[in-house]
Each structure stands twice: as structure tokens, then as C-alpha cells.
Design a protein around this ligand. Structure first.
Ligand code: MN
Ligand code: MN
Length: 320
């Protein structure tokens, strides 16, 4: 029955290095295309890094991730899942940001996602820096707060930067909690590590009931145990999954702006996503891939490999 679904171009028909790159070689369907109504999961690029406070570059992420994604085949080697035969997947293109205006960019992103959600499509985003998640959540959580499983070496829960700047890639989830987009008691942050300015973000998390699983606890307990707790925290309700590539050790993912050593390897980076099976995922993102710092291209390839794992579990949820 696979012919009922949008099918990626197979490397057996056209070599994977040939052709115009779309996410995972899927059809590109613009928002105005009537086929949008047939899409179950939409892969969307947000080439935007105006929230970056240190080394920039994620605005170039979607293009690099599309190119790297042509390496992805149709079947998951670990789980056997063939997501493109379970649900309809398509590349919905990029949101055009305004690189000179953060507020306008966020409004454009939310408007784009509102159209996507109105069509019944579950979004899988390629960022973009981590501020991207905020305007996406404004759409995904427009009918009520959602839970979140967040992989990152940082909490991104800071109040502000530079004496009062509220919108940076270090603040999206503080804003999301304040604005009622996230239910803090259904939020878990995994992989937190690195040097710190202070405990301001951690104190906020404690006060709100956000569960932080630092990397020391992650390695002491192991993936299955930690992810079991994560699934319990979010429960059966609607859940967003946000994946900052700097969750992964910079040995495996050097192409990012704010690397922190002492993190998971690339196998563990994939395995945590496989443990999301059954979570009611209403949207997910892969953010902070920065091609200018990704000299060998391995970070982008890991990024799209994580996106494929996300797509496999999301397809299971959508297919029911
Ligand atoms: Mn982040
Ligand atoms: Mn981070």
C-alpha cells in the first residue's frame, strides 16, 4: 500500500548525490498546494539565528540538513520502521524570516505553523537556533499548554540577556512557561552540563517544577531508566520534543555555537529518541546545527539522523 503515500526518491532510482535536495528526498509541497491536506508529518526549515548570543550559523542549518538528509534511506536499521509507508511525509519548505527583526520573524514563523496545524499536519522542524522553538510553540500550544521532552546541554530557561533582552536562544522556554505554552510539571530537560553564569535558570526550574536530569545522572542511571522517567513525566498528554544538537558531545557534533564537553555519543543521541515510542508527540525540532563550524559535515548528518528517528516515532503516533 506504499503507493498511497508520498514516496522519497530511492537511491536505487536516482543516486543519492543527484537531484534537487529536499528533506529525505520527499516531495516539496508548498503551503498553498491543495495536497497539504494529505500530509501527516511536515518537515519544515527555519533558517534563522537572530537569537544567537555567541557563535552564529544556524540560519544555514536547513539547507545543510536537507543536503545531508539525502543520505537517509527509507527503513530504520534499528527498529525496522518504514515511516514513509505509515504516514504521508513531505518537505513543506522554509519559513522566510526577517533576519533584521526578531519580533517580526517570530510572527512570521507562528503564522506559517498556524497554517500547517490548521491542515492537520504535525510539524518536524529543522532550525535555526533554539529561539525557533518559541514561535513554533505559540502555534503548537495555541489550544493549551503542552508537555516537553528537551534534549540539550543548556536549560534555555534564562530570564534575559544583556540587561533585559527577552528573546534569545537562552530564553525560549522561560517565555514559553510564562506564556502558558508549556506545563512546567510536564517538562523534562535532559543532558544539562557545562560551566554556568549562576543558578538563575535552575532556580526557576525548581520553583516551577521542571525536572532537570543533568548529564551526571543521565550516565549514572542509563538511557532506558532516564527515558522511562521522561515518559512518565509527560504522561499521555500532548508533548513537544525539542532537540538541541549540543546535547551531543562536541566530538560527535562540533558544528554548533555553544558546545559543552562530556556529553552523549552519536549512538546515545539516536537511542534516546527511540525511547520516545508511544509519547503523544505533537511537534518536534532539531536546532542549533551550525554549518560554518561543521567542517566535515558530520554534525548535519547526525542532525538529520536524529530527525529520521523522530520521524519514525512520530509516524507511529500518527498512524495510531
Ligand atoms: Mn538550546
Ligand atoms: Mn544548548
Amino acid at each position: 500500500m506504499s503507493s498511497d503515500f508520498f514516496t522519497p526518491v530511492s537511491g536505487m532510482d536516482l543516486p543519492r548525490f543527484a537531484g534537487v535536495p529536499t528533506f529525505m528526498r520527499l516531495p516539496h509541497i508548498e503551503l498553498a498546494d491543495p495536497r497539504l491536506a494529505e500530509v501527516d508529518i511536515g518537515l519544515i526549515g527555519v533558517p534563522w539565528d537572530s537569537g544567537t548570543t555567541n557563535r552564529p550559523g544556524p540560519r544555514h542549518g536547513p539547507r545543510q540538513l536537507r543536503d545531508a538528509s539525502t543520505m537517509i534511506r527509507a527503513q530504520n536499521g534499528a527498529t525496522g520502521v518504514r515511516p514513509f509507508e505509515r504516514v504521508n511525509c513531505a518537505d513543506l519548505g522554509d519559513v522566510g524570516p526577517n533576519p533584521a527583526d526578531i519580533i517580526d520573524s517570530m510572527d512570521r514563523i507562528t503564522a506559517f505553523y498556524n497554517t500547517v496545524l490548521d491542515a492537520g499536519v504535525v510539524p518536524l522542524t529543522a532550525g535555526g537556533d533554539h529561539l525557533t522553538s518559541l514561535p513554533v510553540l505559540r502555534s503548537v500550544a495555541r489550544k493549551g499548554a503542552v508537555g516537553m521532552i528537551h534534549f540539550d546541554s543548556h536549560t534555555d530557561l534564562f530570564h534575559s540577556y544583556f540587561g533585559g533582552t527577552m528573546y534569545t536562544h537562552g530564553t525560549p522556554f522561560r517565555r514559553a512557561v510564562e506564556d502558558g505554552l508549556l506545563d512546567p510539571k510536564r517538562v523534562v530537560q535532559i543532558g544539562i552540563r557545562g560551566t554556568a553564569y549562576d543558578d538563575e535558570d535552575i532556580d526557576f526550574a525548581k520553583a516551577e517544577g521542571i525536572r532537570i536530569i543533568r548529564i551526571e545522572e543521565f550516565f549514572a542511571r542509563g538511557i532506558a531508566d532516564v527515558m522511562g522517567e521522561a515518559r512518565e513525566i509527560v504522561g499521555t498528554g500532548d508533548t513537544y520534543v525539542s532537540y538541541d544538537i549540543d546535547f551531543v558531545d562536541p566530538t560527535f557534533a562540533p558544528g554548533t555555537g555553544t558546545p559543552e564537553v562530556g556529553g552523549p555519543n552519536s549512538f546515545q543521541a539516536l537511542q534516546v529518541v527511540r525511547e520516545l515510542e508511544g509519547v503523544a508527540i505533537v511537534g518536534a525540532d532539531m536546532v542549533e546545527v551550525s554549518p560554518p563550524f561543521d567542517q566535515a559535515g558530520g554534525t548535519a548528518f547526525l542532525g538529520v539522523s536524529v530527525m529520521f528517528e523522530l520521524l519514525c516515532v512520530m509516524a507511529g503516533v500518527k498512524a495510531g
